[in-house]
Ligand binder design. Sequence first.
Ligand code: AMP
Ligand code: ZN
Length: 397
Amino acid sequence: MTSSSLQFAAAVTIPDHLIGEVHSKLAYVDERIAKAHISPSGDQITLELKYAIPAAERAAIEEKVQRVVLSMAKGAIRPKVQVLEDYLDRPTPFAADPMPELLRRGELFQEAEGIYALGPLFTRLIEWFENRFLQLADSFSARPYRFPTLIPARFLERVGYFRAFPHSLSFATHLRTDLDQIDAFAEGASCDEHGHLKVPLESFAPVRTLLSPAVCYHLYFTLADQTLPPQGVVATAVGNCFRYESLNLHSLERLWNFTMREVIFVGDKEFVLANRELARQRMQRVFGEIGFAYRVESANDPFFIGEFRKQAAFQSAFQLKYEIRARLPFKDGTLAVGSYNYHQDFFGRHLNIRLPDGSPAHTGCVAFGLERIAFAFLAQFGFDSIHWPSSMQEVFG
Ligand code: AMP
Ligand code: ZN
């Protein structure tokens, strides 16, 4: 019998703090899954498939899902969530989903899933936040950098990125430098009805380069095999980042191609931790001035299945990551618009970045997702300038 949906009991009950994490990983289990649902109790999983398939193939999909569930949820311990700031209940004037209005106004043009062109209001709003982030960077006398959008595979390999986040990688290649290949491509290349380029894989050169998933890595690579000056390094940069999020790419909340502003600290442990804390306090003032509703709480990175339990527990135990989670009133939920990160001496060890005493340097970064912060602001304050903080009226031009 063929069927296009599939329901079964989870191999172990998924604790509620992991339901979101497991759900986001189900998007990577099988190309035939159109939608996945985990019951609020964490013990039932429902999959909608793109088309009907025979029972044996459904069983194979179920087996892959159970692998995810077991690996992420079996024996999982609930991390203690540490809340550093809680302003989630600040009153905000807007409650609707900004997406329809953004689309209606031509402020948003979807090029593909997770890829959007942004219009003037959105762009000015991002610039307003960018100016605040630049002021934050200036308050640390951060040195400005510009980093490429591409990143060599070898760099990511050296810092274990492939093992930790294989699911979200985006690869860049080009045609092989062979006249016959290039001519054949120029003559015959066309897209099918799904937008897939109809080109044999052999036409492409071997992959040596990826689209960068973060900004701060580029700085760490410039410092590899060096000894830091005694005062440490503070830098800032904005850049395009890429994380393939599969079925999770809906609306502006989750993009394949987004931009991030980072302020990056490299030095000894105290230097990095003290600056991360100072940055948080300074941003607390900025967010307070505009009445932004958000909370800062401990978090973990979205490690892939096999790495998840160990790495997430480690991050949580050592308080390595705090997220700025903005309220999205229309869904009574929150969205991470930024993070305060401490990597201990991970990059210092893997890239041989040394302190003057010869020991490995510590690193940390403060990262803001520009599209997300503008989106969350619109979700809280809407499109009518009367309801906006006076300091932000300039955005309307
Ligand atoms: P992270 O380094 O994962 O803490 O990311 C820093 C910030 O980048 C997050 O807090 C988000 O605001 C933003 N960000 C991360 N992933 C995405 C995504 N897929 N789409 C849009 N923004 C993102
Ligand atoms: Zn970073």
